[in-house]
Design a protein around this ligand. Structure first.
Ligand code: AMP
Length: 156
């Protein structure tokens, strides 16, 4: 039913839980799996960043390093499950990870997007996270959302 499944991960508990479901689905459907993480460079470009003495290069490097760790952990989990997943690191500088996830789904021809309902900014969006909301509002393919669960430990 699904040939290509795109899992959006941010290393949070709900994202990890969603990713595990993506692994199960990919195995069950014999689908290709791609895991995507978006780094938000907008944080370091914000007008207040200079006043807060945020160094752009340091922030850029930190975001890339943490993004790579999140993707590596996801790929390792896929390998353990016997699934040959691929990964992609995307960037936004306008604080819109959802747009990047949707663009990647479109480019790659994903038939399903899998993600959590909350992420690292979950407290600010208790009902439905902003990234999840942004994706489901604009997606042209089905989106599978998994909410937080007490037993889902963060991946990284
Ligand atoms: P949020 O809207 O931040 O609460 O996040 C909801 C879900 O969107 C998370 O559980 C992840 O599956 C996904 N997500 C959030 N931020 C990112 C990101 N930077 N890169 C990839 N996926 C993300």
């Amino acid at each position: 039913m699904y040939d290509r499944i795109l899992a959006a991960v941010d290393g949070s508990g709900p994202s990890t839980r969603a990713y595990r479901e993506a692994l199960r689905l990919a195995s069950d459907q014999h689908a290709a799996l791609k895991v995507a993480h978006v780094i938000d460079l907008g944080v370091a470009l914000a007008p207040w960043a200079e006043m807060a003495f945020i160094n752009y290069d340091t922030m850029d490097a930190a975001l890339r390093e943490s993004g790579a760790r999140i993707l590596d952990a996801a790929l390792a989990e896929a390998r353990t499950a016997g699934i040959a997943a691929e990964s992609v690191m995307l960037e936004t500088d306008v604080d819109d990870p959802a747009a990047e996830i949707l663009a990647e789904a479109d480019r790659w021809g994903a038939g399903l997007i899998v993600m959590g309902t909350h992420g690292r900014h979950g407290l600010a969006h208790l009902i439905l996270g902003s990234v999840a909301e942004g994706v489901i509002r604009r997606a042209t393919v089905p989106v599978l959302l998994l909410r937080a669960s007490d037993d889902a430990a963060p991946a990284a």
